[in-house]
Design a protein around this ligand. Structure first.
Ligand SMILES: [Zn+2]
Length: 484
Protein backbone atom coordinates (compact mmCIF):
# COMPACT_ATOMS: atom_id res chain seq x y z
CA UNK A 1 0.00 0.00 0.00
CA UNK A 2 1.53 3.30 -1.14
CA UNK A 3 1.52 6.49 0.98
CA UNK A 4 -0.51 8.27 -1.70
CA UNK A 5 -1.22 8.24 -5.40
CA UNK A 6 -1.89 10.99 -7.93
CA UNK A 7 -4.61 9.56 -10.17
CA UNK A 8 -5.56 10.15 -13.78
CA UNK A 9 -3.03 12.84 -14.65
CA UNK A 10 -1.53 13.68 -17.98
CA UNK A 11 2.04 12.76 -17.11
CA UNK A 12 4.89 14.91 -18.40
CA UNK A 13 7.83 12.96 -17.04
CA UNK A 14 10.41 15.72 -17.61
CA UNK A 15 12.35 13.88 -20.31
CA UNK A 16 10.84 15.94 -23.13
CA UNK A 17 9.19 12.79 -24.53
CA UNK A 18 5.53 12.13 -25.27
CA UNK A 19 3.11 12.73 -22.39
CA UNK A 20 0.75 9.95 -21.35
CA UNK A 21 -2.18 9.37 -18.99
CA UNK A 22 -1.55 7.56 -15.77
CA UNK A 23 -1.03 7.54 -12.01
CA UNK A 24 1.96 8.25 -9.82
CA UNK A 25 2.47 6.36 -6.57
CA UNK A 26 4.56 7.88 -3.80
CA UNK A 27 6.06 6.03 -0.88
CA UNK A 28 8.54 7.21 1.75
CA UNK A 29 9.28 10.47 -0.05
CA UNK A 30 10.11 8.78 -3.34
CA UNK A 31 8.23 7.90 -6.48
CA UNK A 32 7.35 4.23 -6.20
CA UNK A 33 5.57 3.63 -9.51
CA UNK A 34 4.32 5.48 -12.59
CA UNK A 35 1.59 4.27 -14.94
CA UNK A 36 -1.20 2.12 -13.59
CA UNK A 37 -0.56 1.88 -9.85
CA UNK A 38 -2.17 -0.11 -7.04
CA UNK A 39 -3.86 0.81 -3.78
CA UNK A 40 -2.77 3.77 -1.69
CA UNK A 41 -3.68 5.26 1.68
CA UNK A 42 -4.51 8.67 0.15
CA UNK A 43 -5.50 9.87 -3.31
CA UNK A 44 -5.03 13.06 -5.29
CA UNK A 45 -7.51 13.42 -8.13
CA UNK A 46 -5.62 14.85 -11.11
CA UNK A 47 -8.21 14.25 -13.84
CA UNK A 48 -7.68 16.90 -16.53
CA UNK A 49 -4.47 18.10 -14.89
CA UNK A 50 -0.81 17.72 -15.77
CA UNK A 51 1.65 16.08 -13.36
CA UNK A 52 5.32 16.92 -13.87
CA UNK A 53 8.54 16.80 -11.86
CA UNK A 54 8.77 19.80 -9.52
CA UNK A 55 10.46 22.65 -11.35
CA UNK A 56 14.10 23.52 -10.74
CA UNK A 57 14.71 27.28 -10.80
CA UNK A 58 18.11 27.28 -12.50
CA UNK A 59 19.09 30.77 -11.34
CA UNK A 60 17.85 32.49 -8.19
CA UNK A 61 18.76 34.98 -5.52
CA UNK A 62 16.69 33.18 -2.87
CA UNK A 63 19.70 32.90 -0.53
CA UNK A 64 18.28 35.18 2.15
CA UNK A 65 14.65 34.35 1.43
CA UNK A 66 15.37 30.79 2.56
CA UNK A 67 16.54 32.23 5.86
CA UNK A 68 13.96 35.03 6.38
CA UNK A 69 10.88 33.48 4.72
CA UNK A 70 11.83 29.82 4.73
CA UNK A 71 8.57 28.58 3.16
CA UNK A 72 9.75 30.23 -0.08
CA UNK A 73 6.09 30.52 -1.05
CA UNK A 74 6.65 32.63 -4.15
CA UNK A 75 8.47 29.65 -5.67
CA UNK A 76 6.20 26.88 -4.36
CA UNK A 77 3.18 28.69 -5.87
CA UNK A 78 4.85 28.40 -9.29
CA UNK A 79 5.50 24.68 -8.92
CA UNK A 80 9.20 25.16 -8.13
CA UNK A 81 10.61 22.56 -5.73
CA UNK A 82 14.35 23.29 -6.02
CA UNK A 83 16.14 26.63 -6.21
CA UNK A 84 19.73 27.18 -7.32
CA UNK A 85 21.28 29.94 -5.18
CA UNK A 86 24.59 31.75 -4.95
CA UNK A 87 24.18 33.35 -8.37
CA UNK A 88 25.96 36.26 -10.08
CA UNK A 89 28.98 36.11 -7.75
CA UNK A 90 26.93 36.52 -4.53
CA UNK A 91 26.24 33.80 -1.97
CA UNK A 92 25.10 33.76 1.66
CA UNK A 93 28.50 32.30 2.63
CA UNK A 94 31.22 32.72 3.61
CA UNK A 95 29.92 35.36 5.97
CA UNK A 96 31.17 37.51 8.85
CA UNK A 97 28.43 37.62 11.53
CA UNK A 98 27.31 41.16 12.32
CA UNK A 99 28.57 42.52 9.02
CA UNK A 100 25.58 42.51 6.64
CA UNK A 101 26.80 41.89 3.12
CA UNK A 102 26.95 45.13 1.13
CA UNK A 103 25.07 43.69 -1.86
CA UNK A 104 21.39 43.26 -2.67
CA UNK A 105 21.24 40.00 -0.72
CA UNK A 106 21.84 41.92 2.57
CA UNK A 107 22.95 38.71 4.23
CA UNK A 108 23.34 38.57 7.99
CA UNK A 109 23.23 35.81 10.59
CA UNK A 110 25.50 33.82 12.86
CA UNK A 111 27.00 31.47 10.29
CA UNK A 112 30.42 31.73 8.68
CA UNK A 113 30.83 28.75 6.36
CA UNK A 114 28.59 26.96 3.87
CA UNK A 115 28.39 24.10 6.35
CA UNK A 116 27.04 26.41 9.08
CA UNK A 117 24.63 28.08 6.65
CA UNK A 118 23.29 24.63 5.74
CA UNK A 119 22.74 24.00 9.46
CA UNK A 120 20.74 27.24 9.73
CA UNK A 121 18.50 26.22 6.84
CA UNK A 122 18.09 22.66 8.05
CA UNK A 123 17.31 23.75 11.62
CA UNK A 124 14.34 25.97 10.73
CA UNK A 125 13.36 23.96 7.64
CA UNK A 126 12.90 25.20 4.09
CA UNK A 127 9.93 24.94 1.73
CA UNK A 128 11.94 24.19 -1.39
CA UNK A 129 15.13 22.22 -1.84
CA UNK A 130 18.16 24.40 -2.33
CA UNK A 131 21.60 24.00 -3.86
CA UNK A 132 24.16 26.76 -4.11
CA UNK A 133 27.19 28.10 -5.84
CA UNK A 134 29.83 29.92 -3.84
CA UNK A 135 29.99 33.54 -5.01
CA UNK A 136 33.38 34.89 -6.01
CA UNK A 137 32.40 38.49 -5.23
CA UNK A 138 31.28 37.46 -1.76
CA UNK A 139 34.50 35.59 -1.02
CA UNK A 140 36.81 38.31 -2.30
CA UNK A 141 34.90 41.18 -0.65
CA UNK A 142 35.09 39.45 2.67
CA UNK A 143 38.82 38.83 2.41
CA UNK A 144 40.00 41.91 0.54
CA UNK A 145 37.16 44.45 0.31
CA UNK A 146 34.80 45.38 -2.50
CA UNK A 147 37.28 47.67 -4.19
CA UNK A 148 40.06 45.12 -4.23
CA UNK A 149 41.54 45.39 -7.70
CA UNK A 150 43.71 42.61 -9.02
CA UNK A 151 44.67 40.58 -5.93
CA UNK A 152 48.29 39.63 -5.28
CA UNK A 153 49.23 36.01 -5.89
CA UNK A 154 49.02 35.40 -2.18
CA UNK A 155 45.61 37.08 -1.80
CA UNK A 156 44.30 35.16 -4.78
CA UNK A 157 45.46 31.93 -3.18
CA UNK A 158 43.44 32.85 -0.07
CA UNK A 159 40.35 33.50 -2.24
CA UNK A 160 40.80 30.09 -3.86
CA UNK A 161 41.19 28.45 -0.43
CA UNK A 162 37.81 29.83 0.67
CA UNK A 163 36.20 28.66 -2.56
CA UNK A 164 37.72 25.22 -2.01
CA UNK A 165 36.24 25.12 1.51
CA UNK A 166 32.76 25.77 0.11
CA UNK A 167 33.32 23.06 -2.50
CA UNK A 168 34.30 20.65 0.28
CA UNK A 169 30.85 21.28 1.80
CA UNK A 170 29.09 20.57 -1.47
CA UNK A 171 28.78 23.85 -3.41
CA UNK A 172 27.88 23.29 -7.07
CA UNK A 173 30.79 25.39 -8.28
CA UNK A 174 31.74 29.05 -8.32
CA UNK A 175 29.61 31.89 -9.62
CA UNK A 176 31.11 35.10 -10.93
CA UNK A 177 29.45 38.48 -11.40
CA UNK A 178 31.77 40.31 -13.75
CA UNK A 179 29.81 43.58 -13.79
CA UNK A 180 29.84 43.86 -10.00
CA UNK A 181 32.63 44.75 -7.63
CA UNK A 182 35.20 43.26 -7.31
CA UNK A 183 34.43 40.89 -10.22
CA UNK A 184 34.61 43.69 -12.77
CA UNK A 185 38.28 44.27 -11.84
CA UNK A 186 39.18 40.59 -12.09
CA UNK A 187 41.48 39.78 -14.99
CA UNK A 188 40.98 36.75 -17.21
CA UNK A 189 44.15 35.27 -15.71
CA UNK A 190 42.81 35.57 -12.14
CA UNK A 191 39.42 34.26 -13.29
CA UNK A 192 41.17 31.22 -14.72
CA UNK A 193 42.82 30.50 -11.35
CA UNK A 194 39.48 30.85 -9.57
CA UNK A 195 37.62 28.57 -11.98
CA UNK A 196 40.44 25.99 -11.94
CA UNK A 197 39.77 25.64 -8.21
CA UNK A 198 36.28 24.28 -8.82
CA UNK A 199 37.10 22.28 -11.91
CA UNK A 200 39.29 20.08 -9.65
CA UNK A 201 35.97 19.04 -8.05
CA UNK A 202 34.03 18.66 -11.27
CA UNK A 203 32.30 21.93 -10.32
CA UNK A 204 30.63 24.41 -12.64
CA UNK A 205 31.49 28.01 -13.46
CA UNK A 206 28.23 30.02 -13.48
CA UNK A 207 28.74 33.53 -14.74
CA UNK A 208 27.07 36.88 -15.10
CA UNK A 209 29.07 38.01 -18.14
CA UNK A 210 31.23 41.11 -18.19
CA UNK A 211 29.14 42.60 -20.99
CA UNK A 212 25.59 41.81 -22.18
CA UNK A 213 25.47 44.67 -24.63
CA UNK A 214 27.86 45.68 -27.44
CA UNK A 215 30.59 43.41 -26.08
CA UNK A 216 28.46 40.27 -25.61
CA UNK A 217 30.44 38.09 -28.03
CA UNK A 218 33.78 39.07 -26.48
CA UNK A 219 32.39 38.38 -23.02
CA UNK A 220 31.27 34.88 -24.07
CA UNK A 221 34.67 34.28 -25.70
CA UNK A 222 36.40 35.22 -22.45
CA UNK A 223 34.57 32.72 -20.24
CA UNK A 224 34.77 30.04 -22.94
CA UNK A 225 38.55 30.47 -22.99
CA UNK A 226 38.58 30.02 -19.21
CA UNK A 227 36.65 26.76 -19.58
CA UNK A 228 38.95 25.62 -22.38
CA UNK A 229 41.91 26.24 -20.08
CA UNK A 230 40.44 24.69 -16.92
CA UNK A 231 38.00 22.06 -18.21
CA UNK A 232 35.19 23.49 -16.05
CA UNK A 233 31.59 23.30 -17.30
CA UNK A 234 30.21 26.73 -18.11
CA UNK A 235 26.76 28.09 -17.30
CA UNK A 236 25.97 31.52 -18.69
CA UNK A 237 23.45 33.27 -16.47
CA UNK A 238 20.36 35.01 -17.86
CA UNK A 239 21.60 35.06 -21.46
CA UNK A 240 20.33 38.14 -23.30
CA UNK A 241 21.41 41.05 -25.43
CA UNK A 242 20.53 44.50 -24.14
CA UNK A 243 20.20 47.87 -25.85
CA UNK A 244 17.91 48.69 -28.75
CA UNK A 245 20.81 49.01 -31.20
CA UNK A 246 21.74 45.38 -30.43
CA UNK A 247 18.27 43.92 -30.86
CA UNK A 248 18.23 41.07 -33.35
CA UNK A 249 21.82 40.11 -32.66
CA UNK A 250 21.25 37.33 -30.14
CA UNK A 251 21.45 34.76 -32.93
CA UNK A 252 25.15 35.60 -33.31
CA UNK A 253 25.69 34.72 -29.64
CA UNK A 254 23.79 31.44 -30.08
CA UNK A 255 25.90 30.59 -33.14
CA UNK A 256 28.98 31.27 -31.06
CA UNK A 257 27.68 29.04 -28.26
CA UNK A 258 26.99 26.26 -30.80
CA UNK A 259 30.58 26.51 -32.06
CA UNK A 260 31.93 26.41 -28.49
CA UNK A 261 29.85 23.28 -27.79
CA UNK A 262 31.03 21.67 -31.03
CA UNK A 263 34.55 22.37 -29.79
CA UNK A 264 33.88 20.06 -26.84
CA UNK A 265 33.26 22.66 -24.12
CA UNK A 266 30.34 21.89 -21.84
CA UNK A 267 28.35 25.12 -22.11
CA UNK A 268 24.69 25.86 -21.35
CA UNK A 269 22.69 28.85 -20.15
CA UNK A 270 19.51 30.02 -18.48
CA UNK A 271 16.93 32.59 -19.55
CA UNK A 272 14.08 34.45 -17.85
CA UNK A 273 10.94 35.02 -19.96
CA UNK A 274 10.68 38.82 -19.78
CA UNK A 275 11.88 41.86 -21.69
CA UNK A 276 13.09 43.84 -18.69
CA UNK A 277 16.22 43.16 -16.69
CA UNK A 278 16.57 44.00 -13.01
CA UNK A 279 19.32 44.67 -10.52
CA UNK A 280 21.01 47.31 -8.38
CA UNK A 281 20.62 50.80 -9.87
CA UNK A 282 24.13 51.82 -8.81
CA UNK A 283 25.70 49.00 -10.82
CA UNK A 284 24.12 50.26 -14.04
CA UNK A 285 24.65 53.96 -13.34
CA UNK A 286 27.99 54.79 -11.72
CA UNK A 287 27.67 58.38 -10.40
CA UNK A 288 30.47 59.71 -12.61
CA UNK A 289 29.22 58.07 -15.80
CA UNK A 290 25.41 58.22 -16.04
CA UNK A 291 23.99 57.01 -19.35
CA UNK A 292 20.94 59.27 -19.73
CA UNK A 293 19.54 57.36 -22.72
CA UNK A 294 19.50 54.18 -20.67
CA UNK A 295 18.08 56.00 -17.63
CA UNK A 296 14.94 56.67 -19.69
CA UNK A 297 14.20 52.90 -19.62
CA UNK A 298 14.41 52.58 -15.85
CA UNK A 299 11.73 52.03 -13.22
CA UNK A 300 12.65 52.01 -9.52
CA UNK A 301 11.29 48.97 -7.69
CA UNK A 302 13.00 49.16 -4.30
CA UNK A 303 14.47 52.29 -2.75
CA UNK A 304 15.20 52.37 1.00
CA UNK A 305 16.31 56.02 0.71
CA UNK A 306 13.20 57.27 -1.13
CA UNK A 307 10.51 54.60 -0.66
CA UNK A 308 7.82 56.89 -2.08
CA UNK A 309 9.51 56.56 -5.49
CA UNK A 310 9.11 52.78 -5.60
CA UNK A 311 7.17 51.92 -8.75
CA UNK A 312 8.12 55.17 -10.49
CA UNK A 313 10.01 55.62 -13.75
CA UNK A 314 13.14 57.75 -13.35
CA UNK A 315 11.78 60.15 -15.96
CA UNK A 316 8.64 60.70 -13.89
CA UNK A 317 10.66 61.29 -10.72
CA UNK A 318 12.73 63.87 -12.61
CA UNK A 319 9.56 65.64 -13.77
CA UNK A 320 8.04 65.58 -10.29
CA UNK A 321 11.21 66.95 -8.69
CA UNK A 322 11.90 69.49 -11.42
CA UNK A 323 15.34 67.96 -11.99
CA UNK A 324 17.16 66.60 -15.01
CA UNK A 325 17.23 62.85 -15.52
CA UNK A 326 20.96 62.89 -14.84
CA UNK A 327 20.60 64.75 -11.51
CA UNK A 328 17.83 62.57 -10.23
CA UNK A 329 19.73 59.38 -11.13
CA UNK A 330 22.83 60.81 -9.49
CA UNK A 331 20.87 61.58 -6.34
CA UNK A 332 19.57 58.01 -6.06
CA UNK A 333 22.91 56.29 -6.70
CA UNK A 334 24.75 58.45 -4.17
CA UNK A 335 22.16 58.16 -1.37
CA UNK A 336 23.24 56.30 1.81
CA UNK A 337 21.54 52.98 0.95
CA UNK A 338 22.13 53.15 -2.79
CA UNK A 339 23.51 49.57 -2.77
CA UNK A 340 20.04 48.34 -1.88
CA UNK A 341 18.14 50.34 -4.50
CA UNK A 342 16.83 48.03 -7.21
CA UNK A 343 15.40 48.86 -10.61
CA UNK A 344 14.01 47.24 -13.71
CA UNK A 345 15.22 48.27 -17.17
CA UNK A 346 13.12 47.67 -20.27
CA UNK A 347 15.89 46.92 -22.74
CA UNK A 348 15.45 43.39 -24.13
CA UNK A 349 13.55 42.46 -27.32
CA UNK A 350 11.08 39.62 -26.97
CA UNK A 351 12.23 37.95 -30.19
CA UNK A 352 15.80 37.73 -28.87
CA UNK A 353 14.58 36.40 -25.52
CA UNK A 354 12.43 33.72 -27.18
CA UNK A 355 15.20 32.70 -29.55
CA UNK A 356 17.47 32.18 -26.53
CA UNK A 357 14.81 30.32 -24.53
CA UNK A 358 14.02 28.02 -27.48
CA UNK A 359 17.65 26.94 -27.91
CA UNK A 360 18.35 23.31 -26.91
CA UNK A 361 20.96 24.44 -24.33
CA UNK A 362 18.53 26.86 -22.61
CA UNK A 363 16.93 26.20 -19.25
CA UNK A 364 14.53 28.38 -17.27
CA UNK A 365 15.92 30.52 -14.46
CA UNK A 366 13.89 33.30 -12.84
CA UNK A 367 16.77 35.51 -11.61
CA UNK A 368 14.11 36.93 -9.27
CA UNK A 369 15.30 39.08 -6.37
CA UNK A 370 13.02 38.69 -3.33
CA UNK A 371 12.01 41.94 -1.67
CA UNK A 372 9.63 42.58 1.20
CA UNK A 373 8.43 46.03 0.14
CA UNK A 374 7.60 47.60 -3.21
CA UNK A 375 6.83 45.56 -6.33
CA UNK A 376 9.53 43.12 -7.44
CA UNK A 377 10.19 42.30 -11.09
CA UNK A 378 7.29 39.94 -11.96
CA UNK A 379 9.77 37.17 -12.85
CA UNK A 380 10.09 36.49 -9.11
CA UNK A 381 6.52 35.20 -8.91
CA UNK A 382 5.63 34.42 -12.51
CA UNK A 383 8.50 32.89 -14.48
CA UNK A 384 7.38 29.26 -14.67
CA UNK A 385 3.63 29.81 -15.21
CA UNK A 386 4.53 32.41 -17.85
CA UNK A 387 6.67 29.98 -19.85
CA UNK A 388 3.95 27.30 -19.70
CA UNK A 389 0.91 29.56 -20.14
CA UNK A 390 1.80 32.60 -22.17
CA UNK A 391 4.63 31.25 -24.30
CA UNK A 392 3.97 27.51 -24.68
CA UNK A 393 0.15 27.24 -24.62
CA UNK A 394 -0.93 30.67 -25.92
CA UNK A 395 1.83 31.55 -28.36
CA UNK A 396 3.00 28.04 -29.23
CA UNK A 397 6.67 28.97 -29.02
CA UNK A 398 7.56 25.44 -27.91
CA UNK A 399 5.68 22.33 -26.81
CA UNK A 400 4.63 21.82 -23.21
CA UNK A 401 6.95 18.80 -22.99
CA UNK A 402 9.92 20.84 -24.23
CA UNK A 403 9.14 23.67 -21.80
CA UNK A 404 8.91 21.25 -18.87
CA UNK A 405 12.19 19.58 -19.85
CA UNK A 406 13.89 23.01 -19.59
CA UNK A 407 12.51 23.33 -16.05
CA UNK A 408 13.22 19.81 -14.78
CA UNK A 409 15.59 17.18 -16.17
CA UNK A 410 17.86 19.69 -17.90
CA UNK A 411 18.78 21.73 -14.82
CA UNK A 412 18.76 18.62 -12.59
CA UNK A 413 21.28 16.93 -14.87
CA UNK A 414 23.27 20.13 -15.30
CA UNK A 415 23.70 20.68 -11.58
CA UNK A 416 24.18 17.03 -10.70
CA UNK A 417 20.95 16.78 -8.67
CA UNK A 418 20.90 13.04 -8.85
CA UNK A 419 17.50 11.37 -8.51
CA UNK A 420 15.54 14.56 -9.33
CA UNK A 421 14.05 16.15 -12.42
CA UNK A 422 12.17 13.12 -13.78
CA UNK A 423 9.04 11.20 -12.80
CA UNK A 424 10.64 7.80 -12.51
CA UNK A 425 10.52 5.10 -9.84
CA UNK A 426 13.20 5.74 -7.23
CA UNK A 427 13.32 9.48 -7.89
CA UNK A 428 12.54 11.97 -5.14
CA UNK A 429 8.82 12.79 -5.02
CA UNK A 430 9.17 16.44 -6.09
CA UNK A 431 5.97 16.80 -8.10
CA UNK A 432 3.80 19.62 -9.44
CA UNK A 433 0.18 19.18 -10.55
CA UNK A 434 -1.21 22.04 -12.65
CA UNK A 435 -4.11 22.91 -14.91
CA UNK A 436 -2.68 23.33 -18.44
CA UNK A 437 -5.73 25.29 -19.60
CA UNK A 438 -5.45 28.03 -16.97
CA UNK A 439 -1.83 28.21 -15.80
CA UNK A 440 -0.68 31.82 -16.08
CA UNK A 441 1.45 34.50 -14.48
CA UNK A 442 -0.56 37.44 -13.16
CA UNK A 443 1.90 39.97 -11.75
CA UNK A 444 2.99 43.11 -13.57
CA UNK A 445 5.71 45.72 -13.11
CA UNK A 446 3.31 47.72 -10.98
CA UNK A 447 1.45 45.09 -8.97
CA UNK A 448 2.34 41.85 -7.26
CA UNK A 449 0.12 38.85 -7.88
CA UNK A 450 0.32 35.11 -7.41
CA UNK A 451 0.13 33.00 -10.55
CA UNK A 452 -2.93 30.83 -11.23
CA UNK A 453 -3.34 27.23 -12.34
CA UNK A 454 -0.81 25.51 -10.09
CA UNK A 455 -2.91 23.13 -7.98
CA UNK A 456 -0.65 20.87 -5.89
CA UNK A 457 3.06 20.77 -5.12
CA UNK A 458 4.92 17.99 -3.34
CA UNK A 459 8.46 18.34 -2.05
CA UNK A 460 10.19 15.09 -1.08
CA UNK A 461 6.75 13.49 -0.89
CA UNK A 462 5.24 16.12 1.44
CA UNK A 463 2.51 18.46 0.26
CA UNK A 464 3.66 22.09 0.21
CA UNK A 465 0.74 23.41 -1.90
CA UNK A 466 -2.78 22.01 -1.66
CA UNK A 467 -5.53 23.34 -3.95
CA UNK A 468 -3.34 26.39 -4.65
CA UNK A 469 -2.87 27.18 -0.94
CA UNK A 470 0.43 26.94 0.92
CA UNK A 471 0.41 24.29 3.63
CA UNK A 472 3.41 25.67 5.53
CA UNK A 473 5.11 22.27 5.35
CA UNK A 474 8.87 22.65 5.01
CA UNK A 475 10.11 19.46 3.44
CA UNK A 476 12.96 20.92 1.39
CA UNK A 477 16.54 19.73 1.74
CA UNK A 478 19.91 21.27 1.15
CA UNK A 479 21.26 19.44 -1.89
CA UNK A 480 24.99 19.18 -2.28
CA UNK A 481 27.05 18.51 -5.39
CA UNK A 482 27.09 14.87 -6.36
CA UNK A 483 30.31 13.30 -7.45
CA UNK A 484 29.99 13.47 -11.20
ZN1 LIG B 1 23.22 38.30 -12.80
Amino acid sequence: MYDFAIRGALIEDGSGGQSFEGDIAVDGGHIAAVGSVGASRAEVDAEGLVAAPGFVDAHTHDDMELHCNPDNGSKIKQGVTTVICGSCGFSAFPHAPGRPSPDFLSVDGWWRTYQEYQEVLTDHGIGTNSASFVGHNTVQRLLLGADSAEPSARALAAVCDDIRRAMDYGALGVSTGLIYRPGRHTSTAALTRIVATVSDYGGIHSTHLRDESDGLLNAIAEVASVSRETGASLQISHLKVIGEHNWGSLSAALDQIDRIRADGIDIAFDVYPYTAGSGPLATYFPPDDIDVTRARLVQIIRCPDYPHFEGWRLADIAREEGLSLRSVTHRLVTAPNADKTLCVIFEIHEDDMLEALSHPAAMVGSDGIPQQTGVPHPRLQGTFPRVLGHFSRDKGVFSQSAAIQKMTSMPATRYGLRGRGLLRPGYAADIVVFDPTTIADCGTYSSRADPVGVRHVFVNGKQALSNAALTGVRAGRVLTREER
